[in-house]
Design a protein around this ligand. Sequence first.
Ligand SMILES: NC(=O)c1ccc[n+]([C@@H]2O[C@H](COP(=O)([O-])OP(=O)(O)OC[C@H]3O[C@@H](n4cnc5c(N)ncnc54)[C@H](OP(=O)(O)O)[C@@H]3O)[C@@H](O)[C@H]2O)c1
Length: 302
Amino acid sequence: MDKVTINQHVSFSKMIQGFWRTHTWEWSSQQLNKYLHELVDRGITTMDHADIYGDYTCEGIFGEALKLSPKLREKLEIVSKCGIVLPSDELSWTNGHRYDHTKAHIERSVNRSLTELNVDYLDSLLIHRPSPLMDPNEITEALKELVTAGKVKSFGVSNFNKSQYDLLNNNLVCDKLHITLNQLELSPYTLDALDDGTINHMYKDEVKVMAWSPLAGGKLFSSEDAKAQRIMNIIEPLAQKYQVTASGIIMAWLNKHPAQVMPVLGTHQISRIDDALAGFNITLTDQEWFDIYTASLGHDIP
Ligand SMILES: NC(=O)c1ccc[n+]([C@@H]2O[C@H](COP(=O)([O-])OP(=O)(O)OC[C@H]3O[C@@H](n4cnc5c(N)ncnc54)[C@H](OP(=O)(O)O)[C@@H]3O)[C@@H](O)[C@H]2O)c1
């Protein structure tokens, strides 16, 4: 599996495992530890988390599995996110649903993530969502201190549009820092980031793009969704032509974009990981790429 350079300290695997759904897998630490080894054996070394996943439980589940193989951490790149607050009976400061990008909250969240994940540093910290109240000066101060303390090796954002990215990045560059990643919802089902110029803007600034829900959270496989059906009517014959599954074609579709898009998959079935990986050996023609794109739009391009 190819690596993508994020900065001078960090490279990610081209395909990434997401842990948003981990609390639903109902796995023992031993089962999750085995799955992590299976991923690493396939070159999938980048693991995507957020403080809030599973009502603040998923990082802890991962940390327990990592404890069983302490040396495994050196082979992984661990990403986490902060900035969303959800109500939780367990945590005293989560008394509501809001965004919190204050320095105090960013530091509190990172310190908790490190403890839960059972690691000393994050390879990347992402600001999970933009906030109408975000103050780029305060976020910059927090990130600067986290980098200096060695707790974070790189940082980025998620779900930021062009202007939200510019607001923060213009402030960061004054301190010789910069955003390296933007994690965006992107799949053949969800084209917004492609069409609204966000991905172009990231490409211009050499900011790497992580695509969350690259299979539309499984919706692409639903026979009851008319848009998914339109897209799958194009994908299925291509899967036959290239001798892969539909998810392989979806990976090839994402991989064709010049911005080095890194899909963040949410499956917990290793056979489905293998299906997706097979897509990285395929190059779709431009026409095939556009056939999937226009099926998603629901009309022809001008
Ligand atoms: N930054 C953000 O705001 C944000 C938001 C959402 C998610 N994320 C990240 O993105 C990651 C992935 O999200 P996602 O879980 O929605 O991604 P996804 O890969 O699009 O969907 C995975 C889901 O689809 C199911 N599925 C059904 N058929 C499948 C098939 N043939 N192949 C593979 N999966 C199939 C999987 O079930 P099985 O497990 O049974 O295979 C799983 O529940 C999350 O874990 C998280 O790290 C980020």
